[in-house]
Design a protein around this ligand. Structure first.
Ligand code: ZN
Ligand code: MN
Length: 476
């Protein structure tokens, strides 16, 4: 490729408030169509919006968590456009001065390096209703109209799809750690617009960009970036120019379609929203929200590495969502063995293999953090072997039983009674007298043979450490 790629991402995240941004209508994703609607959010003449303070606090918390400057005074503006699911004929947003500005996210990339991606601004705004197209007619549901959003405008510091996905995952995890958004991708509560431009390698000027709207999975962002880079490179290779366009991406067919050609800020005839007061965020509110911030993923990651002595890779994986981090930490606290790394291994390998097969999130794991800790305690106490633990775990996951229940049912408990093992050892020695003679004449590698025989006779249940000790004592 003869081009430098520049990518900038804009994310819209739905704020997890109970009610809408400017009215008291409840936010309920699955409510019957047009039942969560009032005069305000359906844009009736003469109604006035009143700001939801919780939404404001959420936006400020996000700004603090992403190292933004918080503006003590910011403003709402109207972005005018006509669309059937936008009943007022404009969207209330922030244009001139947003509530938060000039922050960054730090990514830890797979090659072990870190990269800062700038955040230009975080603005408060509202969502539209939802149109459903059926044949020649369209249906409008206004339940979502007026739902509070934050738009997080990233700086064009991203060079490829890997960085783009890492940025989105990081932002998603911060939003969910804060509880500011549920981050539900399927519902479109976290969606992304991707700006891409190509310029000749080494060029100081950016190329013409396209903006692809409303991608709602990490995977689709990754695919869109690959396809759009290739499309633009082909155009430039043939000597033509990329046109500034707003695009849509069909995830099923991987097709890019043109939504509209050129849309600049002036197309929207922005002007100050006269119905809302300026947004005041005084320092005492900023201080209070700062002290209320929870432990964020990066800090948690470092703490996990130190407290539980797990490698960076594990800590990164385990802190990717707050629920997963809580799951690990609860299990690690209940675990009585001396290698917490075992806990992270079991979660990352056995548990996730099973969860992924059924497409289950950690919140719905059939094996709880207490139960996985109980299983690992049985291993560290020598009650069952690590190998048996895998079978026990599978039954726990499939049948929803506890570790001790499964161990009992399968009769798997390790034999740690030395009397019982001694009897087996005696029998093995009696029945293998020629091997005993050879061993005692110096063929020491036969020791493994005796261990194997004892384990076999105990159906794998004898405690291997005890078997070794007793055999050593018995054989000269
Ligand atoms: Zn309403
Ligand atoms: Mn927006």
């Amino acid at each position: 490729m003869n081009y430098d790629v520049t990518i900038g991402l804009e994310v819209h995240a739905q704020l997890a408030t109970n009610t809408k941004a400017w009215c008291n209508c409840a936010i309920e994703t699955y409510a019957e169509e047009n039942t969560k609607v009032c005069e305000v959010c359906s844009g009736q003449p003469g109604t006035l919006p009143v700001l939801n303070e919780r939404a404001r606090n959420f936006a400020v918390s996000l700004g603090l968590a992403t190292d933004c400057k918080i503006n003590n005074l910011s403003y709402f503006d109207r972005k005018n456009y006509f669309y059937p699911d936008l009943p007022k004929g404009y969207q209330i947003t922030q244009f001139e001065v947003p509530v938060c500005e000039d922050g960054f996210l730090e990514l830890s990339l797979e090659d072990g390096t870190n990269k800062k991606i700038g955040i230009e601004r975080i603005q408060m705004e509202e969502d539209t209703g939802k149109s459903t197209h059926e044949g020649k007619s369209s249906l409008i549901n206004l339940n979502r109209a007026g739902t509070p959003l934050v738009e997080i405008v990233g700086r064009p510091h991203i060079k490829n799809a890997v960085e783009a996905v890492a940025y989105l995952k990081k932002l998603h995890s911060i939003l969910t750690y804060l509880g500011v958004s549920d981050g539900n991708l399927q519902e479109g509560n976290f969606r992304c617009d991707v700006n891409i431009s190509l310029a000749p390698k080494g060029s100081t000027k950016l190329g013409t960009r396209t903006e692809t709207k409303n991608l709602n999975s990490f995977r689709s962002v990754e695919r869109l970036i690959a396809i759009e880079i290739e499309r633009q490179a082909k155009i430039l290779d043939s000597g033509k120019k990329v046109i500034q366009q707003t695009l849509g991406f069909d995830v099923d067919t991987a097709e890019i379609k043109v939504l509209r050609t050129k849309s600049d800020a002036h197309d929207y005839r922005y002007f100050p929203e006269p119905d809302l007061l300026p947004l005041i965020v005084d320092e005492s509110l900023v201080d209070r929200l700062r002290t209320e911030l929870p432990e964020l993923p990066d800090v948690k990651k470092d703490r996990f590495m130190k407290t539980y002595k797990i490698p960076a890779y594990d800590a990164d994986f385990l802190t990717s969502t707050r629920s997963l981090a809580d799951y690990f930490e609860q299990a690690a606290k209940k675990y009585k063995g001396d290698e917490p790394k075992k806990v992270s291994n079991w979660i990352m390998v056995e548990l996730f293999k099973n969860l992924n097969e059924l497409n289950l999130p950690i919140e719905r794991s059939p094996v709880s953090s207490n139960e996985i800790a109980e299983l690992l305690n049985l291993v560290s106490q020598g009650d069952i072997s690590g190998k048996m633990a895998k079978d026990v775990f599978q039954k726990m996951f499939d049948e929803g039983k506890s570790a001790s229940q499964v161990v009992e049912e399968l009769g798997l408990k390790q034999i740690s009674d030395s009397g019982e093992i001694e009897t087996i050892v005696e029998n093995i020695i009696k029945n293998n007298s020629s091997e005993v003679t050879r061993y005692e004449n110096g063929e020491k590698k036969l020791f493994g043979f005796f261990v194997g025989q004892v384990m076999k006779a105990s159906r794998g249940q004898a405690n291997p450490k005890l078997v070794n000790e007793l055999l050593k004592k018995r054989l000269k």
